[in-house]
Ligand binder design. Structure first.
Ligand SMILES: [Zn+2]
Ligand SMILES: [Zn+2]
Length: 195
């Protein structure tokens, strides 16, 4: 994710210490989530904001590319480990090593460019991953809606073309729905065993 560029702190010393997630040496801009280069940099090169300062009220705050959570107004997120204090976005992303949202290795194994193979269908990878991560938590009508959106995307990518009456083929629709459900369950099964 370009937001973080090459500034993501290296993981070399994380395995040797079990202490609370250490932010980068240079600190992290709480407004845009970019890690500052270690050393004398005290202002974010992108925002001009002092490192560690509370984001401006008008700022568009950054989100985690792993779980899609957006930082709160203070530029931080609650730690995924309840014993820890709030963390900046970079530290939060590192926490996903210990708290994965799902089996992303499995998901990547199904990737075909920008698409993901779901059984005999294809759908946009990003759309599907976002659904697998957020749909599992949100539930209800929204989940049903998003689930259908993915099935629609799967169907429209088939050779029938945009003019086809995709809803007329109930068996195909049901099969596609079942395939997405299976993927959803498989993805989160990975999360449980990884933890
Ligand atoms: Zn910034
Ligand atoms: Zn996250």
């Amino acid at each position: 994710m370009k937001l973080f560029g090459s500034a993501k702190p290296d993981a070399a010393d994380r395995s040797t210490t079990a202490v609370a997630v250490e932010p980068t040496v240079g600190g992290v801009c709480l407004q845009c989530g970019m890690a500052a280069i270690a050393g004398t940099v005290t202002f974010c090169r992108r925002c001009g904001l002092p490192i560690g300062a509370t984001p401006r009220a008008t700022a568009v705050l950054p989100s985690c590319p792993v779980c899609y959570a957006t930082v709160d107004d203070d530029g931080r997120l609650a730690s995924l480990n309840r014993a820890r204090p709030r963390v900046d976005l970079v530290a939060h992303m590192i926490e996903h090593d210990d708290y994965p949202v799902g089996d992303d290795d499995y998901l990547e194994s199904l990737r075909a460019g920008d698409l993901i193979r779901i059984d005999r269908w294809r759908a946009p990878f990003d759309l599907v991953r976002r659904y697998l991560v957020t749909g599992a938590f949100e539930g209800g009508h929204r989940r049903t809606y998003e689930h259908s959106a993915i099935v629609t995307a799967m169907s429209q990518l088939k050779r029938w073309g945009p003019g086809a009456d995709i809803f007329g083929d109930q068996a195909e629709w049901q099969a596609a729905r079942a395939a997405v459900t299976e993927l959803l369950e498989r993805y989160h099964r990975g999360r449980r065993t990884a933890g």
